[in-house]
Design a protein around this ligand. Structure first.
Ligand code: HEM
Length: 506
């Protein structure tokens, strides 16, 4: 074989293509980095972090999504400080490990730190409809505005009747089959948010709307931590054929993409058709958005329809899995901390009494219950690294250079912030008393809301709805049930240990 034919057949070999893509990408990123040096005229240092290798950077140091990355970053913070900078294949990451850092950058400079990393895997999975992954700009703003109109602080009380109905149904399901509490909680939130978003009442969790959305979320949990799939770091891999070893991500992406199609289209089209046929529907986010669409011949119609469709789907997707996770945390905490449970029930006995169930009007009179809601948010965060923010221009901060260009993904380590032993003594313990002073909520205590819902202009817009749901579940369940550990065959309580899953949502 001649040298030319050998090199020609090598060039056609997929492994060669792969290696060339990795090296090419690494070299391109090195070139961008040299460009970065030119943009740093004061020659400021980058923030500290683990030293990496040329081209691959810290590829072998970064924790995998299954390894609870927030805990690893928390340990790194002790070595490098509360700003850790590292690179993987040219992509820069900046992990912020304290409230001061997230406030300075993500809140106070949020006009610069509100973009999102382009994640090819997420887009391949058809998540482009979810505003959580949209780049900062006009298209995102239009989505956020449509969403806020239905979920801002002063409007969420219109969903109280749905929340009351669903939480009471939960109490009934818990009575019939208490051992299924994990499933019942999931059903309650899915059903609540389905009613809010589409006005659809879901009788059973095997309902295809719910099972589709849950399957879509399973994919998101796997893929949404930056770097979880190599293709996010080496977008050239998108062009590798699906049969190529290591290109399994393509099959996964195609599967989830189809599921997402159904999540976006099916319930929305159902509501659209029912309205077209003149059916009287329960008012919902979807009906209100559809009724306000411009005429079909209006040039804005198709964009506005897409925003409406995306907004309803995102309400469901953003709301179904997050709050349920915090409610499950609450159940675990009650089984582990009976004394906390007893105090919460004593408060309910005095304020609500034995003849009715608590409702939203009781909330201001239940400081201990409110503290339990807060501690359930803090003890284990649903989204411990929030969602990565990205800067749009170069920045100087505290004597460091923070480059745009290769664009640092800025991860607020909410877990570190809410487990800082200087602020929360014994942070691994579940202690609602941290938020109380003289029997009232202490306004000076650090609130978990400062980090649990993310930061700046991207802060979670569903937080008010979620807070109401959590309060009602916690107050209602504790007013009629005791939560205890399971028992063994001799009737002795099993020893429980708190253990949380890893991934984008914990
Ligand atoms: C315990 C409950 C919840 C938690 C802990 C939570 C947490 C978060 C976090 C950490 C972010 C990322 C913020 C950032 O980028 O800095 C976020 C974004 C978002 N959340 Fe939530 N969330 C919860 C409930 C909900 C609910 C109930 C909804 C919908 C009704 C929702 C809808 C969204 C949306 C649409 C975004 C994207 C915002 C954007 O990128 O502009 N979330 N959430």
């Amino acid at each position: 074989m001649s040298f030319q034919s050998l090199s020609a057949s090598l060039a056609a070999h997929p492994l060669y293509t792969f290696i060339a893509a990795v090296l090419g990408y690494g070299l391109a990123m090195q070139a961008i980095r040299s460009g970065t040096r030119k943009r740093n005229p004061k020659n400021l240092p980058l923030p500290p972090g683990p030293k990496g290798y040329p081209i691959i950077g810290n590829l072998f140091d970064v924790p995998q999504p299954k390894d609870k990355p927030w805990i690893v970053y928390d340990q790194w913070s002790r070595k490098y400080g509360d700003m850790i900078y590292f690179k993987v294949l040219g992509q820069s990451f900046l992990v912020l490990g304290s409230l001061q850092r997230t406030t300075d950058l993500l809140d106070k400079r949020s006009s610069n730190y509100s973009d999102r990393m382009r994640m090819p895997m997420i887009l391949e999975m058809n998540w482009g409809y979810d505003m959580a992954f949209l780049p900062y700009g006009q298209w995102w703003r239009r989505h956020r505005k449509a969403f806020n109109e239905h979920f801002h602080h002063n409007i969420v009380n219109k969903y109280h009747p749905i929340q009351l109905r669903e939480v009471r149904a939960l109490l009934n399901r818990l009575l019939i089959s208490p051992e299924g509490f994990m499933h019942h909680l999931r059903h309650t939130f899915a059903s609540t948010i389905m009613s809010v978003a589409y006005g659809i009442t879901v009788e059973d969790s095997s309902d295809p709307y719910i099972s589709n959305a849950e399957e879509a979320l399973n994919g998101l949990v796997e893929a949404a931590i930056p770097g979880a799939f190599l293709v996010d770091l080496i977008p050239a891999l998108l062009y590798v054929p699906a049969w190529f070893p290591g290109a399994g991500f393509k099959k996964k992406a195609a599967y989830w993409s189809k599921i997402n199609d159904d999540v976006i289209n099916k319930p929305f089209e159902y509501i659209e058709n029912e309205l077209k046929n003149g059916k009287a529907l329960v008012p919902s986010v979807a009906t209100s958005l559809i009724e306000r669409l411009p005429e079909k011949r209006d040039p804005l119609y198709s964009e506005e329809r897409q925003i409406a469709q995306n907004t309803a789907a995102v309400a469901y997707i953003g709301g179904a899995d997050t709050t349920v996770s915090t409610a499950q945390t609450f159940f675990l905490a009650m089984a582990l901390y009976p004394e906390v449970q007893r105090k919460a029930q004593a408060e309910l006995d005095i304020v609500v009494g034995p003849h009715r169930l608590p409702d939203f009007s009781d909330r201001d009179s239940l400081p201990y219950i409110n503290a339990v809601v807060k501690e359930s948010m803090r003890w284990n965060q649903v989204a411990p690294l929030a969602i990565g923010h990205m800067s749009t221009v170069d920045d100087e901060y505290d004597g460091y250079f923070i480059p745009q260009g290769t664009v640092p993904v800025v991860l607020g380590n909410s877990w570190s912030i809410l487990h800082d032993p200087e602020v929360f003594s014994n942070p691994m313990e579940y202690v609602p008393e941290r938020y109380l002073k003289d029997g009232k909520l202490d306004p000076n205590a650090r609130q978990p809301e400062c980090a649990a819902f993310g930061y700046g202009r991207r802060i979670c817009p569903g937080r008010h709805l979620s807070d109401d749901s959590l309060y009602l579940i916690i107050a209602s369940v504790l007013s009629v049930y005791n939560i205890k550990p399971p028992i063994d065959e001799l009737g002795n309580p099993l020893k429980l240990e708190a253990e949380f899953t890893s991934g984008f949502l914990s």
